[in-house]
Design a protein around this ligand. Structure first.
Ligand code: HEM
Length: 487
């Protein structure tokens, strides 16, 4: 029956069109073969994606090779996908290069959502929680005091503090992980940072991401990719050495996460879900904590000082609050409810410069919808946290640094912030990071006044350099001890 065949075909066509996100979701015109690939090569991708939202709205699509990406640019749509419909969007894109840096997709940050990933994340989450309850406060206080000493020793010299912030953040993680801290000059520490930074930078480069979208390119020689392979091998060697050292110690640091994880593995062998977690999972969890927990916190501290140089009166207000409330002693994390000015500064820096500005891409693990648009299985979701934090519908004067907006109300509320993502993929280190940001900032602003080394021209450039982590361009600063501070 030709009429029947015709209506059958029309039905199929209708079904196909209604399943594809492209005709209904807005987005820039797609070019022959390369789609919207060029949109992803901008030097400051978060700003570029946020600008596109002004034209295409808070949710739009980009086509890249055979992948459709959907960019979410407001807190509302991000929360709908990541929190309300978390079970639809908890996947990670399965990528050739992602597999290479994550031991075949077995890390927490890049592993896809499945039983094995859930068991892995649960194991690390509970080990991290146990260790944080026991020792996190002491570990951060110790590093904050060490940082204070390092700054005192600079004696009014203009210096770039970024490396000191990295060492402080990294020592918090290595102490939590294996009970070990390093000196800035330690060659072992430098090797580790150098190699982790290289991996993050190389993996974020378009030479590498092109291999995911265009499989044919994998057949051609690619020196950047060869470098990535070398750095991953070097990283694995360093971490393996640490884990073996830890295992061979007679007197192990009982508080270290590695110990909890290894014990957890033994227990886990007998669980009924049939997942077998191995030493490789402990290895990759260590990589996750080191990568996730070092450059993020360090970049945030660097941003805070940079913004304070532009608005010195904010420093004065925070310092006065610390003096009045603490009456001379150093702060505890439990003091945070009595230090609203300090907390408003922390929130404002998290808002303006979310250090993981595009989070980590998610993947729809089944057909679903966001803001009423149909989103088919396997669509890649980019939560543009930077965009959400600059949404003019939520924040008045969104591009200005105004910590006071969190004190006065009306200019946006801390509940609208999403710097750590949300739902099943919420940043695993959120509680570690929050305690670090609070204690490091409080210790530094209690004892030092940060001043620019020269005239207005020496103030830091606040635009930033965006890769996986959003960093401030390097700058120098003088950390002058406040009068009456003990050397
Ligand atoms: C993931 C932000 C510090 C470990 C993430 C994500 C964001 C984020 C936005 C992606 C969430 C998503 O996929 O939707 C931040 C910020 C930090 C910070 C702003 C500091 C200011 C830390 C620290 C650690 C850590 C200190 C470790 C102790 C991780 C891990 C993941 C992650 C393991 C992957 C989680 C998963 O895929 O399930 N973080 N992070 N982060 N973060 Fe953090």
């Amino acid at each position: 029956d030709p009429k029947g065949t015709q209506s059958g075909l029309l039905h199929c066509l209708y079904q196909y069109l209604s399943r594809s996100p492209s005709p209904s979701l807005p987005g820039p015109p797609s070019r022959f073969l390369i789609g919207n690939m060029m949109e992803l090569t901008h030097d400051h991708l978060p700003i570029h994606l946020t600008n596109l939202a002004q034209r295409y709205g808070n949710i739009y699509r980009l086509n890249c090779g055979n992948t459709t990406m959907v960019v979410l640019n407001s807190g509302e749509v991000i929360r709908e996908a990541l929190v309300k419909k978390w079970s639809d969007f908890a996947g990670r894109p399965i990528s050739y290069t992602g597999d290479i840096v994550s031991g075949g997709g077995r890390s927490i940050s890049l592993g896809d959502y499945n039983e094995e990933w859930r068991a892995h994340r649960r194991l690390v989450h509970s080990a991290l929680q146990r260790c944080c309850q026991k020792s996190l406060h002491d570990v951060i206080e110790r590093q904050a005091l060490h940082l204070r000493k390092v700054l005192m020793d600079y004696k009014d010299r203009a210096v770039d503090l970024s490396e000191d912030f990295t060492v402080a953040a990294s020592n918090v993680i290595t102490t939590l992980a294996f009970g070990k801290e390093y000196d800035k000059s330690s060659s072992e520490l430098q090797q580790l940072h150098c190699c982790l930074n290289e991996i993050v930078a190389l993996w974020g480069s378009s030479w590498i991401s092109a291999l995911d979208s265009f499989p044919l390119l994998r057949k051609l020689p690619n020196p950047v990719f060869s470098r990535l392979l070398r750095e991953v091998a070097r990283r694995d060697e360093i971490i393996k050495k640490h884990l073996n050292n830890y295992k061979s110690q007679d007197k192990k640091n009982e508080d270290a996460i590695t110990g909890s994880l290894l014990q957890g593995l033994d227990k886990h062998h007998n669980t009924e879900d049939g997942v077998l977690l191995t030493d490789t999972h402990v290895h990759l969890a260590t990589v996750d904590l080191l990568i996730g927990g070092t450059e993020t916190t360090a970049a945030w501290l660097n941003w805070t000082v940079a913004f304070l140089l532009h608005r010195p009166e904010v420093q004065t207000r925070v310092h006065e609050e610390l003096c009045t409330v603490l009456e001379g002693r150093y702060p505890k994390y439990s003091d945070r409810h009595r230090l609203p000015v300090l907390c408003s500064l922390i929130n404002e820096v998290l808002r303006l410069r979310p250090v993981a500005p595009l989070a980590v891409p998610h993947r729809a693990i089944r057909d679903s919808s966001i803001a009423g648009y149909f989103i088919p299985k396997n669509t890649v979701i980019i939560p543009n946290l930077f965009g959400a934090h600059h949404d003019p519908a939520v924040w008045t004067d969104p591009y200005s640094f105004k910590p006071e907006r969190f004190l006065e109300g009306g200019g946006g509320s801390a509940r609208a912030l999403v710097p750590f993502g949300g739902g099943a993929r919420l940043c695993l280190g959120e509680s570690v990071a929050k305690m670090e940001l609070f204690l490091f900032t409080a210790y530094l602003l209690r004892d030092f006044q940060f001043i620019p080394p020269g005239s207005e021209a020496s103030l830091p450039d606040l635009r930033g350099v965006a890769s996986v982590v959003l960093k401030v361009k390097s700058y120098t600063v003088i950390a002058r001890p406040r009068p009456g501070t003990n050397p």
